[in-house]
Write a protein of this length. Structure first.
Length: 142
Protein backbone atom coordinates (compact mmCIF):
# COMPACT_ATOMS: atom_id res chain seq x y z
CA UNK A 1 0.00 0.00 0.00
CA UNK A 2 1.28 3.43 -0.83
CA UNK A 3 0.34 7.04 -1.16
CA UNK A 4 1.54 8.62 -4.40
CA UNK A 5 1.40 12.38 -4.87
CA UNK A 6 -0.82 13.27 -7.84
CA UNK A 7 -3.63 15.39 -9.14
CA UNK A 8 -6.69 13.13 -9.24
CA UNK A 9 -7.50 12.20 -12.84
CA UNK A 10 -11.21 12.44 -12.03
CA UNK A 11 -10.64 16.07 -10.95
CA UNK A 12 -9.41 16.95 -14.45
CA UNK A 13 -12.58 15.50 -15.98
CA UNK A 14 -14.80 17.13 -13.35
CA UNK A 15 -13.30 20.54 -14.15
CA UNK A 16 -14.72 20.16 -17.66
CA UNK A 17 -18.08 19.25 -16.16
CA UNK A 18 -18.07 22.32 -13.86
CA UNK A 19 -18.14 20.19 -10.69
CA UNK A 20 -15.53 22.30 -8.88
CA UNK A 21 -15.41 26.02 -8.19
CA UNK A 22 -12.08 26.76 -6.51
CA UNK A 23 -12.85 30.43 -5.95
CA UNK A 24 -12.37 31.12 -2.24
CA UNK A 25 -15.65 30.35 -0.47
CA UNK A 26 -17.58 29.09 -3.51
CA UNK A 27 -17.04 25.42 -2.56
CA UNK A 28 -15.74 24.03 0.73
CA UNK A 29 -12.34 22.50 -0.02
CA UNK A 30 -11.03 20.24 2.75
CA UNK A 31 -7.87 18.33 3.58
CA UNK A 32 -8.11 14.89 5.22
CA UNK A 33 -5.13 12.98 6.62
CA UNK A 34 -4.36 9.29 6.06
CA UNK A 35 -2.21 6.54 7.55
CA UNK A 36 0.54 4.65 5.75
CA UNK A 37 -2.00 1.85 5.16
CA UNK A 38 -3.89 4.03 2.65
CA UNK A 39 -3.57 3.46 -1.08
CA UNK A 40 -4.09 6.74 -2.93
CA UNK A 41 -2.85 8.38 -6.11
CA UNK A 42 -4.05 9.67 -9.47
CA UNK A 43 -6.82 7.04 -9.54
CA UNK A 44 -8.32 8.29 -6.25
CA UNK A 45 -11.76 9.68 -7.02
CA UNK A 46 -13.22 10.80 -3.68
CA UNK A 47 -12.82 11.23 0.05
CA UNK A 48 -13.05 8.00 2.01
CA UNK A 49 -12.88 7.16 5.69
CA UNK A 50 -10.80 4.05 4.91
CA UNK A 51 -7.40 4.48 6.59
CA UNK A 52 -8.17 8.07 7.59
CA UNK A 53 -6.22 8.94 10.73
CA UNK A 54 -7.67 9.48 14.16
CA UNK A 55 -6.12 11.40 16.99
CA UNK A 56 -6.42 14.30 19.36
CA UNK A 57 -7.12 17.54 17.49
CA UNK A 58 -8.36 15.76 14.35
CA UNK A 59 -11.91 15.03 13.24
CA UNK A 60 -13.18 13.04 10.26
CA UNK A 61 -12.86 14.93 6.97
CA UNK A 62 -9.98 16.97 8.39
CA UNK A 63 -10.14 20.72 8.00
CA UNK A 64 -11.44 23.36 5.59
CA UNK A 65 -8.78 25.13 3.52
CA UNK A 66 -8.81 28.87 2.88
CA UNK A 67 -7.36 31.30 0.36
CA UNK A 68 -8.23 29.25 -2.66
CA UNK A 69 -7.34 31.74 -5.36
CA UNK A 70 -7.28 30.51 -8.97
CA UNK A 71 -5.05 32.71 -11.14
CA UNK A 72 -2.99 32.50 -14.31
CA UNK A 73 0.78 32.70 -14.49
CA UNK A 74 1.82 32.78 -18.11
CA UNK A 75 0.00 29.85 -19.71
CA UNK A 76 -0.45 27.95 -16.43
CA UNK A 77 -3.58 28.11 -14.29
CA UNK A 78 -2.94 27.59 -10.60
CA UNK A 79 -4.63 27.57 -7.21
CA UNK A 80 -3.08 28.03 -3.81
CA UNK A 81 -4.14 27.48 -0.21
CA UNK A 82 -3.11 28.99 3.09
CA UNK A 83 -1.03 26.65 5.24
CA UNK A 84 -3.30 24.59 7.49
CA UNK A 85 -2.69 23.66 11.13
CA UNK A 86 -4.33 20.98 13.23
CA UNK A 87 -3.67 22.72 16.56
CA UNK A 88 -2.86 21.03 19.87
CA UNK A 89 -2.89 17.65 18.16
CA UNK A 90 -1.42 14.23 18.74
CA UNK A 91 -1.52 12.36 15.46
CA UNK A 92 0.49 10.55 12.80
CA UNK A 93 -0.16 10.88 9.06
CA UNK A 94 1.56 9.62 5.93
CA UNK A 95 -0.42 11.62 3.37
CA UNK A 96 -3.49 13.70 2.67
CA UNK A 97 -6.35 14.18 0.25
CA UNK A 98 -7.63 17.59 -0.79
CA UNK A 99 -11.27 17.21 -1.80
CA UNK A 100 -14.44 19.18 -2.54
CA UNK A 101 -16.82 18.78 0.40
CA UNK A 102 -19.53 20.80 -1.37
CA UNK A 103 -19.86 18.62 -4.48
CA UNK A 104 -21.84 15.40 -4.39
CA UNK A 105 -19.71 12.43 -3.35
CA UNK A 106 -16.82 14.55 -1.95
CA UNK A 107 -14.72 14.29 -5.14
CA UNK A 108 -10.94 14.21 -4.83
CA UNK A 109 -8.70 16.97 -6.13
CA UNK A 110 -5.09 16.27 -5.11
CA UNK A 111 -3.32 13.50 -3.20
CA UNK A 112 -0.34 14.59 -1.08
CA UNK A 113 2.37 12.08 -0.13
CA UNK A 114 4.46 13.08 2.89
CA UNK A 115 7.19 10.54 2.05
CA UNK A 116 7.09 9.09 5.57
CA UNK A 117 4.97 9.20 8.68
CA UNK A 118 4.80 12.71 10.15
CA UNK A 119 3.64 13.20 13.73
CA UNK A 120 2.70 15.74 16.34
CA UNK A 121 2.54 15.19 20.09
CA UNK A 122 0.40 17.68 21.98
CA UNK A 123 1.43 20.32 19.45
CA UNK A 124 0.68 21.75 16.04
CA UNK A 125 0.60 19.59 12.91
CA UNK A 126 0.98 22.01 10.00
CA UNK A 127 0.58 21.39 6.27
CA UNK A 128 2.74 23.94 4.45
CA UNK A 129 1.76 24.56 0.85
CA UNK A 130 4.35 25.62 -1.74
CA UNK A 131 4.52 29.08 -3.27
CA UNK A 132 1.74 30.11 -5.65
CA UNK A 133 3.73 30.00 -8.87
CA UNK A 134 3.50 28.28 -12.23
CA UNK A 135 6.25 25.86 -11.17
CA UNK A 136 5.35 25.21 -7.54
CA UNK A 137 1.65 25.76 -6.69
CA UNK A 138 -0.14 22.70 -5.32
CA UNK A 139 -2.65 22.78 -8.22
CA UNK A 140 -1.18 23.61 -11.64
CA UNK A 141 -2.70 23.06 -15.05
CA UNK A 142 -0.36 23.85 -17.88
Amino acid sequence: MAITQAMCTSFKVELMKAVHNLTNGANTIRIALYTSSATMGAATTAYSTTNEISGTGYTAKGGALTNVTPVASGTTALADFADFTFGSSTLTANGALIFNDTASGDPGIVVLAFGADKSSSSGDFTIQFPAASSSAAIIRIA
